[in-house]
Design a protein around this ligand. Structure first.
Ligand SMILES: [Zn+2]
Length: 282
């Protein structure tokens, strides 16, 4: 059985912490480097129900995409919801490790998993990492569809293939417009509109799109190169990464003869719990 330090070294090789954004907080939050690891659980959010799931599973390592403490802390008292997560994990000898923006830009990264879930052919990063001579790492991906779809059909495919959540999938732009090329970016993507526009794609699949950036992006693209927006739930765009990451660790485990049990949480931790369509607009 590998030690935690050996598993973490393998994860750091997949998603080097030094490639995380300056503002990010990645790496090991808690855990004893010498502890043995037999079970690993991957999840998007380090929330209490995921910590409880790790306990129930008998995992010794929980790997999440989102950081528990993005801005640091001066207390892990269990009276605070985040401190309670730390207590739950440490009491059961469960380590917590975070791979966030270093997993976003990796090859393969979060957006490769998103593209894969929709059977899209990845062409190149949307915002390439200049430090990668191979040009494969970076934020988001530009992809091609095997067969053109309308924006409506493409959004329906996203709704069908991504894990089910209350929000579903919504679009902006002409639903009957033809989509041959798309930009995809798991998680919040509305800071990427400039590069999306420069890429000249037909549609952009991401999450957390706000009124003004979305409205302006659609207006800006008219009439010559209309851009369709496909807005999915943040969690749903990143959950496919957990499957991809678990498969990567499985493969490493086999290679090392570790016999790790690698699990992916199916618990929906998207904060939105219901969705009430308001009827078709005029
Ligand atoms: Zn995210």
């Amino acid at each position: 059985m590998p030690r935690l330090s050996e598993v973490i070294a393998a994860l750091d090789a997949l998603w080097p912490p030094e490639r995380a954004e300056q503002w990010d907080a990645v790496g090991t939050v808690c855990g004893d480097p010498d502890a043995e690891v037999t079970r690993v659980l991957f999840a998007v959010d380090p929330v209490q129900e995921i910590a409880d799931e790790a306990v129930e599973l008998g995992a010794e390592l929980l790997v999440t995409h989102h950081p528990l403490y993005l801005r640091g802390t001066t207390t892990v008292a269990a009276s605070h919801f985040k401190g309670r997560v730390v207590h739950t994990l440490i009491k059961q000898d469960i380590a917590l490790h975070v791979a966030h923006t270093n997993a976003d830009t990796a090859d393969p990264g979060v957006s490769d998993a998103l593209a894969g879930a929709l059977d899209l052919r990845v062409v190149r990063p949307l915002l390439p990492d200049p430090s990668d001579p191979a040009g494969r790492r970076g934020l988001g991906r530009i992809c091609e569809l095997d067969h053109p779809l309308t924006l409506r059909e493409f959004a329906a495919r996203a709704a069908e293939r991504l894990p089910a959540v209350a929000q579903g999938v919504r679009t902006a732009g002409d639903p009957e417009a033809t989509v041959r090329t798309v930009a995809v970016s798991g998680g919040s993507g509305d800071s990427l509109f400039d590069v999306v526009r420069a890429a000249g794609v037909d549609a952009f699949l991401t999450a957390d799109l706000r009124h003004h950036p979305a409205s302006e992006a659609v207006q800006h693209s008219l009439p010559d190169s209309p851009l369709g927006l496909v807005d999915a739930a943040h969690w749903a765009t990143e959950q496919p990464w957990c499957e991809q990451a678990a498969a990567q660790l499985d493969e490493i485990s086999d290679r090392h003869g570790w016999d790790l049990r690698v699990h992916v949480s199916k618990t929906v931790t998207d904060p939105w719990s219901t969705h009430h369509p308001s009827g078709a607009p005029n």
